[in-house]
Design a protein around this ligand. Structure first.
Ligand code: 6R9
Length: 659
C-alpha cells in the first residue's frame, strides 16, 4: 500500500494478442444488440435498466428504480411486484406460444423428453400445488439435491412461484457439504432423486440425503424423484415419492405476485478458505439482468434458436442461463443430463446435430478437454447450425478460443467470453455479438448498464496496458443482496478492500490492453511473485497452451530460495501427442523456452510436469491450492469440493513413477 498510484501495478502485463475478428455484415444487420446501447445506458443508467425491466410482466410497477441508501445492500425496482415463475412459463402461454418447445431434455442413457411452454406451465403448477400441500409457505427454504432432469427445473420454478427460497446443492457434493448448506439455510424440505446416471452407471444420491438429514432437524419432508431405479432406504412420514405427491395434483395454480426484493435463491460458493458463503439473490432485478444479458449477449431469437448451455444446474451458470434467463425469454433449449464422454467423446456434437443447436455456451475447461480428445471428433458431425458460441468460468486461453472458433464455430460464429460471478448474478463483462470485434482471450468491455474498472492497490484506475484488480464501481440489478445470515461477512469480503471508494472487489486480477479492453488474469490469491514480478497464472498458462503439444496447463508459484517463488507447471497433452516423447528432457526444455519466447524469460517455468488430469471443481475451475501442495511436497489439503477426488492420487502416483 506504499506505492504511488499507477506506479506499481498489481500485475505485470506480459502477454499480448493482436488477432481481432469483427462481426460480419450479415450478423450485425440482424443482431439484437446495437452500439447505441452503450451510449443510451451511459446517459441514464437507471432509465436503461427500467426499460429492460419492462420486458418482464409486472403485477405492480415499481416506484423507484434503485435505492442505494443502505449501501452495500441494494434494492432495485422498489415497490414492484412480479412472479418469477409466471414470467418463465405462463406469460409465454398467454402470448400464444404454449406450443413452443421450452426444453429438449436428453438423458444420459439416450432417453429424451420434449416439454413445451404449456407443459412447463402445467408441470410447475402441479409441483407448486404439491409443495403447498406439504405445508411449505412463502419464505421457507428448500434444498434441491438433483442432477439435470426436468423435475429440477419444475422444482426451482415451483419454489419461485410460491415464494419459497431454493438452495441448489451440486448432486455429487458429499453429505457433509449438503448437511452444512441445509443447516445454514435452515431448509424445511429437501427435493432429491434416488440416483443419477454418470458415465453409464447409476450413482445413488439418496444415501447422502439420509445422512445429512439425520443431523438437520429443520428438515420435515424429503421428496424423491425416481430416476436411477436403485434401492433406497425409506423413512416413513418424512420421505415421499415425487410421483405419489405430484402426479395427482391439479395442473391449475394461480401465481401470487411477490415483492421485487423477495429472496429467490441462495447459492453457496465454496471460496478458497472457510465456510461456504450463502449468496443471496432476489427476484425483480435478478430476472431483469438474467433475461437482458441472455437476449443480447447470445443474440437470442426465441422463435428460431435452439440454445444449449452445458453448465450444471448446481452452478450459478445453470441458474441464470439454463433456468431463469432462457425461460424468461421464451427460448427453446437443450438440457443434457450426463457427462460429455458418455457413451463416447463426441456426445456433445451428436446432440448439436440432433437438435440443430444454434447457440452453444460452455466452459474453457471443456473446450480444452475437447482439444485433448482430438480435432477429428467435431469434424465428424454437422455443426453448421451453430451461430453463436459462449465461454464462462475461467479465463479462456487465446489458443483454446481459436480452437473453439475453428473446430466448433467453423471460423464464422462469434464467440462471447462472458465474465461474471455467483455474486454478480448475471453476465457483467462480455463482447456483444454483431457489435464487438472480438479478441481471443479477452472479455473486453462491461455490458451496457454495467460499470467495471481495473484499479491499482490504492483504488486508482490504471491506464491502457496496466494491470491490477477488477472492481465494480456502480450497483447493478442482479447483484447479490448479501450473504445469508451474515451481513458483516458480506461487507468484509466484498466491500472493505476498496471501501474508501465504495467499490465492489471481485477478487480477480485484470489488465487493460492498449485499446482499453479488459483481460481477466485469474484470482488474485493465485498471483505468483517471481523476483518481485507479479505474474498472473493465466498468462503463463495461455503461453503453454499456445504450444502445439499442450491441451491444458495449470501453473502455481512454489517457494524458491532464490526468486521467492518459482513457477511450477502441470500440463496435459493434446490428443495424438506421444507421451514418452513429450516427457523427455528435450521436449520439456523446448516447452520452457517456448514460454520464455512468448512472454519473457521471467515467466519461464522452473519445472514442468506432464499429468493425465488436473484437479477441478464441479464448475471446472482448477484448484491451484492442491497443485501448490504437490509442488511444495506437502500433504495434499482438503479435496471435498473436487469434481473427482481421485484426480490427486492420479497426479501424485504418476509423478512418483516418473522419478
Ligand atoms: C459464472 C461463474 C466466478 C469466478 C470469477 C473469475 C472466474 C468466470 C470468467 C472468469 C475469466 C471469464 N471467471 N468467468 N474468469 N474470464 N469469462 O463462473 O461464477 O463460479 O462464482 O466463479 O470465475 O475468477 O471471479 P463463479
Amino acid at each position: 500500500m506504499t506505492e504511488q498510484s499507477g506506479q506499481n501495478p498489481a500485475l505485470d502485463n506480459l502477454l499480448s494478442e493482436s488477432r481481432t475478428f469483427p462481426p460480419s455484415a450479415e450478423f450485425a444487420a440482424q443482431a439484437n444488440a446495437t452500439a447505441e446501447m452503450y451510449t443510451t445506458a451511459d446517459a441514464d443508467r437507471e432509465a436503461f435498466w427500467a426499460t429492460q425491466a419492462e420486458q418482464l410482466h409486472w403485477e405492480t410497477s415499481w416506484s423507484k428504480v434503485l435505492d442505494w441508501s443502505e449501501a452495500p445492500f441494494a434494492k432495485w425496482f422498489v415497490g414492484g411486484k412480479l412472479n418469477v415463475a409466471y414470467n418463465c412459463a405462463d406469460r409465454h402461454v398467454a402470448a400464444g406460444n404454449g406450443d413452443r418447445v421450452a426444453i429438449h431434455w436428453e438423458g444420459e442413457p439416450g432417453d429424451s423428453r420434449t416439454i413445451t411452454y404449456a407443459d412447463l406451465q402445467r408441470e410447475v403448477s402441479r409441483t407448486a400445488n404439491a409443495f403447498a400441500s406439504l405445508g411449505l409457505t412463502k419464505g421457507d427454504r428448500v434444498a434441491i439435491y438433483m442432477q439435470m432432469i426436468p423435475e429440477t427445473v419444475f422444482t426451482m420454478l415451483a419454489c419461485a412461484r410460491l415464494g419459497l427460497t431454493h438452495s441448489v446443492v451440486f448432486a455429487g457434493f458429499s453429505s457433509e457439504a449438503l448437511r452444512s448448506r441445509i443447516d445454514d439455510a435452515q431448509a424445511k424440505a429437501v427435493i432429491t432423486v434416488d440416483g443419477q446416471f454418470r458415465r453409464g452407471k447409476v450413482a445413488p444420491l439418496k444415501p447422502a440425503v439420509d445422512e445429512a438429514v439425520a443431523q438437520t432437524p429443520s428438515v420435515e419432508k424429503v421428496v424423491v424423484v425416481k430416476r436411477g431405479e436403485n434401492d433406497v432406504a425409506w423413512t416413513e412420514g418424512r420421505d415421499i415419492w415425487w410421483h405419489d405427491l405430484v402426479d395427482h395434483q391439479s395442473d391449475q395454480h394461480t401465481a401470487e405476485a411477490h415483492d421485487a426484493e423477495h429472496p429467490l435463491y441462495i447459492l453457496y460458493t465454496s471460496g478458497t478458505t472457510g465456510k461456504p458463503k450463502g449468496i443471496l439473490h432476489t427476484s425483480g432485478g435478478y430476472l431483469t439482468q438474467a433475461a437482458y444479458t441472455h437476449r443480447n449477449v447470445f443474440d437470442l431469437k426465441p422463435e428460431s434458436d435452439v440454445y444449449w448451455c452445458t453448465a450444471d444446474i448446481g452452478w450459478v451458470t445453470g441458474h441464470s442461463y439454463i433456468v431463469y434467463g432462457p425461460l424468461a425469454n421464451g427460448a427453446t433449449q437443450v438440457i443434457y443430463e450426463g457427462t460429455p464422454n458418455s457413451p463416447h467423446e463426441a456426445r456433445h456434437w451428436e446432440i448439436v446435430q440432433k437438435y440443430g443447436v444454434t447457440i452453444y455456451y460452455t466452459a474453457p475447461t471443456l473446450i480444452r478437454t475437447f482439444m485433448k480428445w482430438g480435432d477429428h471428433l467435431p469434424a465428424e458431425y454437422d455443426l453448421s447450425s451453430l451461430r453463436v458460441l459462449g465461454s464462462v468460468g475461467e479465463p479462456i486461453n487465446p489458443e483454446a478460443w481459436m480452437w473453439f472458433r475453428e473446430h466448433v464455430g467453423r471460423n464464422q460464429a462469434p464467440i462471447v467470453d462472458t465474465w461474471w460471478q455467483t455474486e454478480t448474478g448475471a453476465i457483467m463483462i462480455s463482447p456483444l455479438p454483431g457489435v464487438t470485434a472480438t479478441k481471443p482471450g479477452s472479455a473486453q468491455r462491461p455490458l451496457p448498464g454495467i460499470s467495471a474498472k481495473v484499479v491499482d492497490d490504492t483504488g486508482e484506475q490504471v491506464g491502457p496496458g496496466g494491470g491490477g484488480y477488477l472492481v465494480l464501481d456502480k450497483p447493478w440489478p442482479g447483484m447479490l443482496r448479501g450473504i445469508w445470515g451474515d451481513p458483516e461477512r458480506y461487507r468484509d469480503t466484498y466491500w472493505s478492500r476498496f471501501g474508501a471508494q465504495g467499490y465492489y472487489f471481485a477478487g480477480d486480477g485484470a489488465k487493460y490492453d492498449e485499446d482499453g479492453d479488459v483481460w481477466l488474469l485469474g484470482r488474485v490469491d493465485d498471483v505468483m511473485n517471481v523476483s518481485g514480478h507479479r505474474i498472473s497464472t493465466t498468462e503463463v498458462e495461455s503461453a503453454l497452451v499456445s504450444h502445439p503439444t499442450v491441451a491444458e496447463a495449470a501453473v502455481v508459484g512454489a517457494t524458491d530460495p532464490t526468486t521467492g517463488q518459482g513457477i511450477v507447471a502441470f500440463v496435459i497433452l493434446r490428443g495424438g501427442v506421444a507421451e514418452d516423447e513429450a516427457k523427455g528432457t528435450e521436449a520439456i526444455t523446448a516447452l520452457r523456452n517456448h514460454v520464455a519466447t512468448e512472454i519473457g524469460p521471467i515467466a519461464k517455468p522452473r519445472q514442468i510436469m506432464v499429468v493425465p488430469e488436473l484437479p477441478k471443481t464441479r464448475s471446472g475451475k482448477i484448484m491451484r491450492r492442491l497443485l501448490r501442495d504437490v509442488a511444495e511436497n506437502r500433504q495434499v489439503g482438503d479435496v471435498t469440493t473436487l469434481a473427482d477426488s481421485s484426480v490427486m492420487d492420479l497426479i501424485s502416483s504418476g509423478l512418483q513413477s516418473d522419478k
